[in-house]
Write a protein that binds this ligand. Structure first.
Ligand SMILES: [Mn+2]
Length: 458
């Protein structure tokens, strides 16, 4: 319930004639004069009730997740604590810096957006969240964001045209007043003590860019499910982000300290914490990237190549609704423009592996990259080869081995060939012959991994 405060004006103060009959005139006001309410006092039913799915409507139509199930949940529902046991006893530093949480959205389901905001406020120590900046990227209904501006600490910025994720995030970051930026997607739920371990890593070294383990909120029934702690971010030459299981050796090495930070070649990109000054020094985002996509690999390459590092912090868990489809359109093309920009700026000659995997990308106009190249030079960033060599889990088979159109695994003009068919047979490089069944072909990523374990040089 709202706690009103009584403000009383002594008789004769001359403010209101009708009050003169009383010994004093009392009015009831909110404790602050900003018109803000605590999240507990926000009228969830009124806010969400305005956009419910009507009978006969497809609950997936607007968001590509089941909005009916999302709308049923309370804004502060409990989710299982999915952290490793060791996290529960851990003490976090007491002098952590506060953070500005930047959440960008475009036509997000109100219930999902509200739960994101409430979970930040509920699951974070109050002094560590300076503000929540909602950047409404030109949603159809401006009230989706504006109404949330009544909640304590929430500031709302609205674009007057569609800008896309990167320019929206930069707008939010520019407006931020705290020294650390926390970027979140608009359909997340933060878990217990999610923020402290992230801030601690960044406070120790501002060049660390850190991400929580991203738990799974089921897009059909909204169950919250803990994700594996044995994953790193990676990609194939098509430059689409994917999760990679750690190798057996890596998992063994972690057994002694299962909650140690995990160095990762790539972050998924939706959820991460970064020092604000470092974000600016490092060139924020590529402002010529549109809508969505490609920005996660761009910032991952950039952070590593320009002297920083990326980590997943196991004691920090945040749930995210993973979808199979994008709920929105891509005005002016697809994410390929962004991916091509990232490849052209950061991948040096290795961009040719991308063009071999996605030949159509060669024909996508990607605009001017001059200022990004200049920035790369100014920052003294290392070449892509260095990035690959220092993130050894990335498909080395394709670094040294070409995958031809007919899916042969080749080194120069030689193909990997099983000498004979007996168990434990040698593998040699021999001249490529069409339809030679002894020659290794990439059938699946697994087959490629196998080649890597035989020929890996690192
Ligand atoms: Mn998302």
């Amino acid at each position: 319930m709202l706690k009103y405060q009584r403000y009383c004006v002594p008789q004769g103060a001359g403010l209101l004639h009708s009050a003169a009959v009383l010994s004093e005139f009392c009015v009831c006001l909110l404790p602050t004069n900003t018109g803000k309410v605590k999240w507990q006092d926000f009228d969830q039913d009124l806010y969400i009730g305005a956009t419910v799915v009507r009978p006969g409507q497809d609950p997936y139509a607007r968001n590509k997740f089941n909005q009916v199930e999302s709308d049923k949940l309370r804004m502060d529902r409990n989710v299982p604590d999915t952290r490793h046991d060791h996290c529960r006893h851990k003490q976090w530093k007491s002098d952590l810096p506060s953070s500005s949480v930047v959440i960008t959205f475009h036509n997000e389901a109100r219930s999902a957006l509200l739960r994101t905001v409430v979970s930040v406020l509920k699951k974070s120590p109050a002094h560590l969240v300076k503000e929540i900046i909602l950047v409404d990227d030109y949603s159809d209904n401006s009230e989706d964001g504006a109404l949330l501006g009544k909640i304590e600490k929430v500031r709302v910025l609205r674009n007057d045209r569609r800008e896309g994720l990167m320019r929206s995030r930069v707008r939010g970051a520019d407006a931020a007043t705290a020294g650390v930026l926390t970027f979140l997607d608009s359909h997340c739920e933060c878990n217990e003590h999610w923020l402290e371990p992230l801030l601690e890593r960044v406070a120790e070294d501002k060049k660390r860019v850190v991400s929580p383990i991203i738990d799974v909120i089921n897009m059909d029934n909204f169950q919250y499910v803990g994700a594996s702690a044995d994953l790193k971010g990676g990609f194939d030459w098509n430059l689409v982000f994917k999760w990679d299981y750690m190798t057996l050796e890596q998992r063994r090495a972690r057994q002694g300290n299962p909650i140690a930070p995990i160095k990762t070649p790539m972050i998924a990109g939706g959820l991460f914490v970064m020092d604000k000054n470092y974000f600016e020094e490092l060139g924020k985002y590529d402002m010529m990237m549109d809508v969505w996509g490609g920005e996660n690999l761009e910032i991952s390459f950039r952070v590593w190549q320009c002297g920083g590092s990326l980590e997943i912090i196991p004691c920090s868990r945040v749930g995210h609704v993973f979808r199979k489809q994008h709920p929105y359109t891509f005005p002016g093309g697809s994410g390929t423009v962004n991916t091509r920009r990232a490849a052209e700026v950061w991948m040096d000659e290795f961009k040719n592996f991308y063009y071999a995997a996605v030949p159509s990308a060669r024909n996508v106009p990607y605009g001017n990259i001059q200022s990004r190249l200049e920035m790369k030079k100014r920052l003294g960033c290392k070449p892509f080869k260095w990035y690959l060599e220092n993130n050894v889990e990335i498909f080395l088979c394709l670094q040294e081995w070409a995958l031809t159109k007919d899916k042969s695994v080749k080194h120069m003009d030689l193909c990997l060939t099983v000498v004979d068919r007996s168990a434990g047979s040698q593998i040699k490089l021999q001249g490529c012959r069409e339809n030679d069944s002894r020659q290794v072909r990439k059938m699946s990523p697994k087959a490629c991994d196998h080649v890597q374990s035989m020929g890996g040089s690192q």
